[in-house]
Write a protein that binds this ligand. Structure first.
Ligand code: ZN
Length: 428
């Protein structure tokens, strides 16, 4: 097997070290390492992180291959420094059976760019009425442990309770898209000053917060584990903080876009800013950053939601909700969290690799950069400054809110079990 020597990399942002990869494994970490015949990569003080893990990706296959496929989505993931992604279940057909999750899992294996761990639907057809075959999906080759109706909320309290009870038996987790459906009927953006001025239907914070409050109480009652998807309000932070202080087994994620963008952008009526949950206020953004820094919010997850041009390039009311995120996530986190002094690189590794892998019970990822561990690694040039140009994306879709915006940092190399999937910033 081939050997690769990464020389002078700041492992998790620490002092420069050399990392020797032998085959699929990290053989040695130290200074002044030598290896006969190894390919040498001069890191020159770049940051070396464990391969990133995204707990919330929409790969769109099967069914919406016009927006993304497992292959294009995993290429986008590798470009963004990811070595594993969890694929959401809202495909066509819905990933609510062992057959569909195995299909997605197999397509991920064939892609070779990034490991794909399917998420199973909580309810049949995401309809919220009848539990899916959770056990069969868990027992399948895909080994599903995370279940979500994401895109829709599991709004029936009895269904949510049963789902929590069911997954408890095998250590699974329910990832809730918290959105009370009646409170958000016809909603187009965050409910607040801007929605009132624009005359657009508002999406109140309480629609998210009330479901989170109910679900942490249900998780406590059942003694099971709940994960909150894309938390977006200051009030949601308060509830999760309270739940954790009570010892409730809850984890939460925030998206890069909710760490940076606000509902003021909706004044442009550019549908690229239309997303679910909606962009909130500056106060919410600041609360989310603080909560990610202090551990109330456990992880960053992209909610990468590719849409074809025709579904986004239309009037606001008709446009699809969602943004692509895999290829810009780390840059947005560097900008909002590292360069503001809220997180160091070790903290980034915790929130974008170690903890998401742990929440999803994913073996082989989110491991320390140490001898004997799988060589899933990401090398980041944090000094780089560049303007986002979606024309260069590996994703099939271009619906990024950052077009033309300067963001820091660039992934120069990604290694999946010792094999380079990205070299010098380009897909291998
Ligand atoms: Zn969602």
């Amino acid at each position: 097997m081939s050997k690769i020597l990464i020389r002078g990399a700041k492992v998790l942002g620490g002092e420069p070290q050399d990392v020797l990869i032998d085959g699929e494994t990290i053989a040695e970490v130290g200074t002044g390492l030598r290896a006969e015949g190894a390919q040498v990569i001069e890191a020159d003080g770049k940051i070396l992180l464990p391969g990133l893990v995204d707990l919330h990706t929409h790969l769109r296959e099967p069914g919406r291959e016009d927006s993304e496929t497992v292959l294009t989505g995993t290429r986008a993931a590798a470009s963004g420094g990811y070595t594993a992604v969890f694929a959401m279940a809202n495909t066509f057909p819905v990933a609510d059976t062992a057959g569909v999750v195995e299909q997605v899992w197999r397509l991920g294996k064939e892609s070779g760019y990034c490991d794909v761990q399917p998420i199973g639907a909580v309810t049949v057809g995401l309809e919220g009425k009848q539990l899916s075959e959770l056990g069969a999906m868990h027992d399948s080759a895909a080994g599903v442990t995370v279940f979500s109706d994401d895109g829709k909320c599991v709004d029936d309290a009895v269904i949510m309770r049963r789902a929590l009870e069911y997954v408890k038996a095998f250590g699974g987790v329910i990832a809730q898209h918290a959105q009370e459906p009646r409170l958000t009927e016809g909603a187009q953006m965050n409910e607040g000053v801007v929605s009132a001025e624009l005359g657009l239907g508002g999406w109140p914070a309480v629609a998210e917060e009330s479901v989170i409050a109910r679900d942490v109480l249900l998780a406590e009652h059942v003694g099971s584990r709940v994960h909150i998807c894309h938390l977006s309000t200051a009030g949601s932070v308060e509830i999760v903080r309270w739940a954790k202080s009570r010892g409730i087994d809850v984890t939460a994620e925030v998206t890069p876009h909710h760490l940076l963008l606000t509902d003021e952008l909706v004044r442009s009526y550019n549908p690229v800013y239309k997303v679910n949950p909606p962009l909130r206020t500056e106060r919410d953004v600041m609360a989310l950053r603080e909560a990610l820094a202090d551990g109330t919010i456990d992880i960053v997850a992209t909610d990468h939601a590719p849409h074809p041009h025709e579904d986004k390039d239309c009037e606001w009311a008709a446009a699809a909700m969602g943004m692509v995120g895999l290829e810009t996530a780390l840059s947005v986190v560097q900008h909002t969290m590292v360069e503001t002094g809220l997180l160091d690189w070790a903290g980034v590794a915790e929130r974008m690799s170690f903890t998401p892998a742990r929440i999803g019970s994913l073996a082989g990822h989110g491991r320390p950069v140490a001898a004997g561990e799988p060589a899933n690694l990401t090398l980041v040039d944090s000094a780089y400054r560049g303007v986002v140009d979606p024309a260069g994306f590996a994703s099939r879709s271009r619906n990024t809110p950052y077009e033309g915006r300067e963001l820091p940092g660039r992934v120069t190399h990604t290694f999946l079990r010792g094999r380079a999937t990205v070299v010098d910033g380009n897909l291998a």
